[in-house]
Design a protein. Sequence first.
Length: 145
Amino acid sequence: MKIAIGADHGGFELKELVVALLREEGHEVLDKGCFSSDSVDYPEYAEKVCSSILDGEAERGILICGTGIGMSLAANRHHGIRAALCHEIFTAEMSRRHNDSNILCMGGRVIGSALAFEMVKTWLATPFDGGRHSRRISMFDKGFE
Ligand code: RB5
């Protein structure tokens, strides 16, 4: 799968580990930065990953900041993006099955790499259930103006 990934300084270390995992698992990774632990602004990296998905360059995205909160807030301002902030495997799975999440957000200062790896693997492997969930998504996916 083609996966865009981005992080700020709070998520940089975990992002590097997740990039390595994804490549080991045979995915094509579009690494949108950041590329060091120097302080940066997370909305810039959320924008890069969201654009990659909305332009059709990537199928899914992963965003990591210190808590995952800033990335999820910024990403969900983009119409067509369904970014799920998850800290464990159950919600990562359900965000695919019920919400068709196209971005997984994680907190680099919240979870360890072993849990993050399991969440990412589950999230990538889980299909959308469709049905009634498609109707619910269509009710908000265009945004509220
Ligand atoms: C950066 O210090 C931190 O605020 C950021 O990584 C993130 O946690 C924001 O939501």
